[in-house]
Design a protein around this ligand. Structure first.
Ligand code: ADP
Length: 266
């Protein structure tokens, strides 16, 4: 049954002393399961009223109410943006729960890499323009096919691109590139932003982890994006990793096996 085993070595009067610790983690697993189910239920219950609030706000802002003062319309815009943020958070919580429980369904098909990367750039162009960041697709790209769920890959690429944009100063470039490495293709999303502090490396893919968790944090976000991205990549048969230099920027890599039987036609 589930056990946690840790062995540590210390030196006592010059001689090594080994200390072993065995813990039954059945209870921890049970509590974790209850917590996950609770989050899933609450998220589901929140989604329905929130959809109705967002819909109503959209209708009002779309002109259905007419003759609104400027201050009223700016207040409604704030309410609408925040209900959208809340709905992103709820979707992330539901995705995380499904992934942890192994219940996420994937529609895996062969896709040409270039088309996927072009779509990811188009999807994130509005956000990068708002933040005054140049979003660039490196050319030429390897002409290969990979087997993925294209919507889920878009979600991963958007998470990584929006982070790269968010943590870059204005007028910088965020690049998406790809190259083949043996039997794999490596997608590389790079930025010249703040970089990631080294002490944060071990926690970066954990749920709710953020390098800056202070109340005065400027960047927003939930700390779920990378946890979800790693699960999605791994459950589709890929690998995610990163390299970073504080103050100089970061690279996030996603590796997928290349489909051998498909050759790109002109
Ligand atoms: P969120 O962006 O919502 O906070 P993520 O899981 O996407 O959550 O990222 C977790 C943390 O990792 C971020 O809060 C940030 O501290 C750090 N991070 C992620 N991507 C980058 C990046 N490109 N540059 C600098 N820091 C990053």
């Amino acid at each position: 049954f589930p056990l946690d085993l840790s062995i540590s070595a210390v030196r006592r009067q010059g001689r090594p002393l080994y200390i072993g610790l065995v813990r039954d983690i059945t209870e921890r697993k049970r509590l974790e399961k209850i917590k996950n189910e609770f989050i899933a239920t609450v998220s589901h219950e929140l989604r329905t009223p929130l959809t109705s609030i967002s819909g109503a706000l959209g209708l009002i802002l779309g002109g259905a109410a007419g003759g609104m003062s400027d201050s009223m319309s700016s207040l409604l815009t704030i309410a609408s943006k925040n209900s959208q943020r809340l709905s992103f958070l709820i979707n992330d919580l539901l995705d995380m729960e499904k992934l942890s429980a192994g219940k996420m369904q994937f529609h895996i098909q062969p896709f040409e890499l270039t088309a996927l990367l072009q779509q990811a750039v188009e999807t994130n162009l509005t956000f990068s323009t708002q933040r005054k960041i140049h979003l660039q697709l490196q050319n030429p790209l390897p002409e290969v096919f990979i087997a993925v769920d294209s919507q889920r890959l878009m979600q991963i690429l958007s998470n990584l691109l929006s982070n790269a944009i968010k943590y870059s100063p204005e007028n910088e470039t965020v690049q998406i590139a790809a190259k083949t490495v043996g039997a794999h293709v490596r997608i590389n999303i790079s930025d010249h932003g703040t970089g990631i502090p080294e002490e944060f490396y071990p926690r970066i893919f954990q749920k709710f982890a953020q390098a800056d968790s202070s109340d005065t944090r400027q960047k927003g976000g939930t700390g779920l994006g990378l946890a979800i991205s790693r699960e999605l990549v791994e459950q589709m048969g890929g690998k995610i990793s990163f390299e970073s230099i504080t103050g100089q920027g970061s690279h996030f890599y996603i590796d997928f096996p290349i489909l051998k039987t498909l050759v790109k036609t002109a």
